[in-house]
Design a protein around this ligand. Structure first.
Ligand code: ZN
Length: 195
């Protein structure tokens, strides 16, 4: 393989969910597209790296700090919904069921992969509890997401009036971003107090 092609395949193969075969297919596809399209892709990648960062309060992706949700006076600041990743926020927003703030952990507990509580944005969550009445634990309904919710429930018990978890109905082992709006909306509306 020619070196520039090898380099592109190597870079693509580092992306999540892209194996060596898919990386090679994508690289050959990019070789065939017009140069303008390839430049657009490269520029889009550079632009998100240059202009976007994590909100210093909630860790969502933003171009202004704090982000537009954190500073929106119409949001209910007495509620914080805890999610694993920044991309979990959009599907929850689309349900229209939730009007509080968010807190992004930037991962889930996975001791076998070396991800412990210190690797997640948990300390900054504890700093935000003033005036908060409800914490909604909206981590994924996966083994790691459930373990994270359990850990946080133990940690937060007695520190907020209401600790809730999304109701069942979400596919077990699935991710929040794959749930349809109706299912996700229902699991929000039917969220239950963690005893
Ligand atoms: Zn924010």
């Amino acid at each position: 393989m020619a070196d520039p092609l090898k380099r592109l395949v190597g870079e693509l193969a580092r992306l999540p969910g892209i194996g060596p075969k898919t990386a090679a297919r994508l690289a050959h596809h990019l070789l065939r597209v017009p140069e303008s399209q390839a430049r657009e892709l490269a520029a889009a990648i550079v632009e998100v790296k240059e202009k976007l960062f994590h909100c210093s309060r909630c860790h969502a992706i933003t171009a202004v700090d704090p982000c537009s949700i954190c500073t929106d006076p119409r949001r209910d600041a007495t509620r914080i919904c805890v999610v694993e990743e920044p991309f979990n926020i959009a599907p929850i927003e689309r349900t229209g069921e939730y009007h509080g703030l968010y807190h992004v952990l930037l991962g889930a507990l996975a001791p076998q992969r070396g991800v412990g509580p210190d690797e997640l944005r948990i300390a900054s969550l504890l700093e935000r509890l003033d005036g908060v009445e409800e914490i909604v634990l909206a981590t994924n309904p996966s083994v790691e997401g459930e373990a994270t919710a359990l850990y946080l429930a133990r940690l937060l018990r007695g520190r907020v009036a209401h600790l809730t978890r999304l109701a069942f109905g979400l596919p077990v082992g699935g991710d929040i971003e794959y749930a349809d709006e109706v299912t996700l909306g229902r699991s929000f509306a039917g969220r239950r107090e963690i005893s």
